[in-house]
Design a protein around this ligand. Structure first.
Ligand code: NAP
Ligand code: GDD
Length: 326
């Protein structure tokens, strides 16, 4: 073991895991990440970190694999970003979502208790827990009313984190993060679906974009800014829970309009509403109040909504244009 600080990230192959790995390696950490066994490689988002992060096989469904990952890496900090994170899938696979996204948190906390209760633990909680919101804007004190099996599973993960902190004195912090996006966002999430479609239409590779509820409003930030808040939460003298948000809300329609305008396209000619993308229960509007994080962590979002939309469209244009050249 080196004398450097060590961190273990579950979900390192995901959007946030890859940005957090960038941040921690830049800070000089020895970074370990858990990956699931798969018949094909799934490391696209972390290929640029080859040789700078160490990958260990573990699954949030498998207690022994989590314990072994901790024994092998002996981390000072654990970031639990692994989850079934796509809300619509949580209706088609509700039990699996509960196992990964909910009970998986307990498995990891139990592994920490067994291997080293001094480990600092970060749980990736979600604004989806606010669901049918009880107040506007949402703070750390706003009651939860989840509207999807995913939101319910996240509420369990949140409360088990608080409970292990209070029951066993673990350093366990929960970040209640509002939606955050980037060019590394999965293609099924609405922002990336839009930026990818805009780029395809611009390059003549597609003609239409089919969307569900265009009136839904989200507090969208940039993932690169949000992983910094995760790290800051584990550097405090006492563990606590923080809302991380921009404090602005925008509709899907506004995202569409900005993205198409940035590429010089007219959305009226390309966007089609498709009931197939409507949800059994919708979260109509989310807007977070991150005053506590700003005051106690010194965290501020640095990327504006317009910058985020343009960054994503530009990245998809560059990616698809270069693929077309090849
Ligand atoms: P993401 O891109 O979907 O990544 C999810 C990660 O979890 C992937 O690396 C995935 O691995 C891994 N994973 C899935 N099932 C697993 C299992 N059984 N065991 C171990 N790992 C597993 O999600 P993200 O956007 O980076 O989000 C990171 C975390 O923050 C998630 O917990 C998400 O629910 C939460 N969150 C996200 C947002 C947001 O707006 N992005 C907001 C609030 C909270 P594979 O690559 O093998 O599938
Ligand atoms: N995915 C998707 N696809 N969403 C659409 C579409 C579509 O074609 N059309 C409209 N929407 C609307 C959804 O109904 C929802 O109201 C909104 O766009 C955002 O959907 P997603 O991008 O799928 O994200 P999400 O808000 O459901 O969940 C994300 O944010 C949560 C934090 O609040 C995920 O990253 C979760 O993992 C995260 O916890």
């Amino acid at each position: 073991m080196s004398g450097r600080r060590r961190a273990l990230i579950t979900g390192i192959t995901g959007q946030d895991g890859s940005y957090l790995a960038d941040l921690l390696t830049d800070k000089g950490y020895e970074v370990f990440g858990t990956v699931r066994r798969s018949s094909s490689e799934n490391s696209e988002r972390i290929n640029h970190l080859h040789g700078r992060v160490q990958l260990l096989q573990a699954d949030l469904l498998d207690q022994a694999s989590l314990t072994m990952a901790l024994q092998e890496s002996r981390p000072h900090e654990v970031y639990n970003l692994g989850a079934q994170s796509f809300v619509p899938t949580s209706w088609s696979q509700p039990v699996l979502t509960a196992e990964f996204t909910g009970v998986g948190v307990t498995r990891l906390l139990e592994a920490i208790r067994t291997v080293d209760p001094g480990i600092r633990f970060y749980q990736a909680s979600s604004s989806e827990m606010f669901g049918k919101v009880r107040e506007v804007p949402q703070t750390e004190l706003t009651p939860f009313y989840p509207r999807s099996p995913y939101g319910v599973a996240k509420a369990y993960g949140h409360f088990i984190t608080v409970n292990y902190r209070e029951s066993y004195g673990l350093y366990a912090a929960s970040g209640i993060l509002f939606n955050h996006e980037s060019p590394r966002r999965g293609l099924e999430f609405v922002t990336r679906k839009i930026s990818d479609a805009v780029a395809r239409i611009k390059l003549g590779l597609a003609t239409e974009l089919r969307l569900g509820n265009m009136d839904a409003e989200r507090d969208w930030g940039f993932a690169g800014d949000y992983v910094e808040a995760m790290w800051l939460m584990l550097q405090q003298p006492e563990p606590s829970d923080y809302v991380i948000a921009t404090g602005e809300t925008h509709s899907v329609r506004e995202f569409v309009d900005l993205a198409f305008a940035h590429a010089g396209l007219d959305p009226e000619r390309h966007v089609v509403t498709d009931p197939a993308f409507l949800r059994p229960a919708e979260v109509d509007q989310l807007i977070g109040d991150s005053s506590r994080a700003r005051a106690e962590l010194g965290w501020v979002p640095r990327t504006s909504f317009t910058e985020l939309v343009e960054m994503m469209v530009d990245a998809d244009l560059a990616r698809l244009a270069s693929a077309a050249r090849v």
